[in-house]
Design a protein around this ligand. Structure first.
Ligand code: P6P
Length: 312
């Protein structure tokens, strides 16, 4: 008998309060809508860019915009979210000053530069409890990753998967397209002890520090290289099969490329609950005291035994 996300969250052993459950269900509902858009991108003429440049200085893909609006609408309807930070919006979006209990930082569509070639893309969410009832602004969103109550990502790939991490552990769900329900497929997801892969963009080799080049050379020959160029796809494979994802600081990106609040923090939370670790090379991602909503960070995610030895 297949257990749906709603049924699993309704069980007593999840120690997730009703408001947090409703936020996770809103993400699931938005993901079902986004999955349909992703699968029809060329049929509905929503491929390519809007012609605008976002706060990151990157071309906005039409589906970035749509995914952003779909999730913001879901969270507005939910009523439990006070404010949202998004890769696609320069400032936080205030939704509910009065009854908002949570704040969400999200990358509504990660990897969208790959979407026109049918490579897996994803949505990433960090969910924090609102810290106090004082005024809501961008600074309300800048909380350490360790303070998250939950983190969620969706992979829109050969199947559509949703991974949910809370204090009680990590679960994965697969979307049943006929029933339009997420069905649990792993109730206690853990990163395998043995690593199989390492993921890095060798195209940046000349920009890497000597230390980074030495670290990567040490991985060569021990593990197979897999690099899709879509963070969520590379992360999900390494989480399920064992492996290390490396996007370090380099001469081109001195602070790293990936964003702390809505990429590194949620994924570092998830991998730590699954038995792995997320670091910058100097410190644990989850301990960083954020300075700004779109700040970037070096990001290494993977098996503890490999990642810890890398930078000692
Ligand atoms: P590069 C996609 O554009 C993205 O933001 C992540 O999904 C991915 O991990 C990274 O950039 C890839 O960057 O420099 O290797 O193309």
């Amino acid at each position: 008998m297949s257990t749906t996300l709603k049924e699993y969250l309704g069980q007593n052993n999840t120690n997730i309060n009703e408001s947090l459950k409703s936020v996770i269900m809103s993400i699931a509902h938005g993901a079902i809508i986004v999955q349909n858009k992703v699968s029809r991108i060329s049929l509905d003429d929503i491929s390519g860019s809007t012609g605008e440049i976002n706060v990151q200085g990157e071309e906005v893909q039409k589906l970035d915009d749509k995914a952003n609006n779909i999730f913001i609408d879901e969270f507005r309807e939910n009523g439990k979210i006070a404010i949202i930070g998004s890769e696609e919006t320069e400032n936080g979006v205030i939704l509910n000053k009065e009854s908002g209990e949570y704040l969400v930082n999200m990358d509504p569509l990660d990897g969208s530069s790959n979407i026109d070639v049918a490579v897996s893309v994803g949505s990433i969410f960090g969910i924090w409890p609102r810290q106090d009832d004082s005024c809501l602004n961008d600074n309300s969103l800048l909380l350490e990753g360790r303070k998250q109550d939950a983190a969620v990502y969706i992979v829109y790939g050969s199947s559509t998967l949703m991974v949910v991490a809370t204090e009680s552990g990590v679960q994965s769900y697969t979307l049943d397209l006929e029933k339009k329900e997420f069905i649990i497929t792993d109730a206690n997801l853990k990163i395998p002890n043995k690593s199989k892969y390492f993921s890095v963009n060798y195209g940046n080799w000349d920009n890497f520090s000597i230390k980074t080049q030495e670290i990567i050379k040490d991985l060569q020959g021990k593990y197979s290289l897999r690099y899709i160029g879509s963070l969520i796809a590379d992360f999900h494979r390494n989480l399920l099969k064992g492996g290390v994802f490396i996007y370090p600081a380099d001469n081109k990106s001195p602070n790293g490329k990936l964003r702390l609040m809505y990429e590194a923090n949620p994924l570092a939370f998830i991998i730590e609950k699954a038995g792995g670790i997320g670091v910058t090379g100097k410190e644990n991602i989850l301990d960083i005291s954020p300075g700004s909503l779109h700040q970037r960070t070096p990001l290494i995610l993977g098996n503890k035994d490999i990642v810890k030895n890398m930078f000692e």
